[in-house]
Ligand binder design. Structure first.
Ligand code: ZN
Ligand code: ZN
Length: 335
């Protein structure tokens, strides 16, 4: 087995099971450290051990891979990941509208996110780093977002498109945390609430309705904000009246996000059913903060298939030109 591939696959599987980012980072650093070395250089154990980024576990993985074995560490991870049968719906998903890079709080560079999206067979991925108010997530100022917009178009090609985007914070009054002119330039705007999630029902409902009615918004992200498992603990869903919120989404063509992260599973099943009845569109997103998390889409697709959402209601089953026509619906005066 190729040692570089073994290290990268381990990082990817660690990310998918959302273990400590330091672990995944160590394997990515080791993969970087041996990039470009030939087998002979790798077999020089003493020199390899002195290399920055190579520790005990990564050294062992390299040795086992060089010996032609699948490293034990990787075998265990593959077993834990299980052989998952992809849902029929998963095979119809063409891309993902919510992901993060190390420009905000993601683990890796845009390049590694794009490489992983291509490897999954995605036709497109929207890069949606956070907006300025999320300081803990290193949210992008207008200047940094403009700098990112210079880079994004250079990442497309060979049947893959990196869409520009943002996950913009919904402020307490429902306004958005980024300059409107800048939002206008983006392919995809995901709007999500990240603070004051315990607002009272009335103001919270008005806040979400305002966001869903904002002409810049394409996707309403993790609408209830709940956390159902995982290292961050649990959090109940926000209290709001879902009917007017989903009615606003349906009226303005805003897609309700199906957030695929296992700790979110947001919205809950009954709200997906309600949004379906009210005529909403959906976007099944990974909200990946690391390359290996792009495959979390499997979980969202499985859930949506079980709930009987028709594929044509899911914008991420659409071909890219249709998707682009949809995200431009409010930006084109003729449309
Ligand atoms: Zn978010
Ligand atoms: Zn996000």
């Amino acid at each position: 087995m190729n040692p570089h591939e073994a290290l990268s696959e381990i990082a990817t599987l660690l990310e998918r099971e959302r273990s400590s980012r330091y672990k995944s980072k160590a394997f990515r650093a080791a993969a970087d450290a041996i990039a470009g070395l030939d087998d002979e250089q790798l077999r020089d154990g003493a020199a390899l051990r002195r290399r920055k980024g190579i520790g005990d576990s990564t050294f062992a993985v390299i040795q086992e891979a060089l010996a032609g074995e699948v490293p034990a560490y990787l075998v265990a991870l593959r077993e834990r990941a299980g052989v998952q049968r992809a849902s029929e719906l998963r095979s119809r998903l063409r891309g993902d509208l919510h992901s993060h890079s190390d420009w905000s709080d993601g683990l890796t560079s845009i390049e590694l996110m794009v490489a992983a999206a291509r490897a999954l067979g995605h036709e497109y991925l929207a890069l949606t780093d956070h907006s300025p108010r999320l300081r803990v997530a290193n949210g992008l100022s207008p200047e940094r977002l403009r700098a990112q917009l210079e880079i994004v178009p250079t990442m497309s090609g060979d049947g893959f498109t990196l869409l520009s985007g943002i996950e913009v914070d919904i402020l307490d009054d429902g306004a958005l945390d980024q300059e409107p002119d800048l939002l206008d330039e983006l392919d995809v705007v995901v709007a999500s609430a990240h603070s004051k999630l315990r607002m009272e029902r009335g103001p919270m409902t008005r806040r979400l309705v305002a966001a869903a009615s904002n002409p810049h918004v394409d996707v309403l992200g993790h609408v209830t904000g709940r956390l159902v498992e995982g290292s961050r603990g649990t959090r109940p869903p926000s209290t709001f009246d879902p009917k007017p919120v989903f009615e606003a989404c349906a009226a303005h063509g805003v897609a309700v996000e199906i957030n695929s992260r296992p700790e979110r599973q947001d919205p809950p099943d009954e709200l997906i059913t309600l949004a379906l009845e009210l005529g909403c569109l959906f976007s099944i997103d990974s909200d990946a903060h690391a390359p290996g998390q792009l495959s979390l889409l499997d979980y969202g697709a499985e859930r949506v298939e079980r709930l009987g959402v028709p594929p044509q209601r899911i914008v991420t089953t659409w071909p890219l030109d249709e998707l682009r026509a949809w995200t431009r619906r409010t930006r084109d005066p003729a449309g």
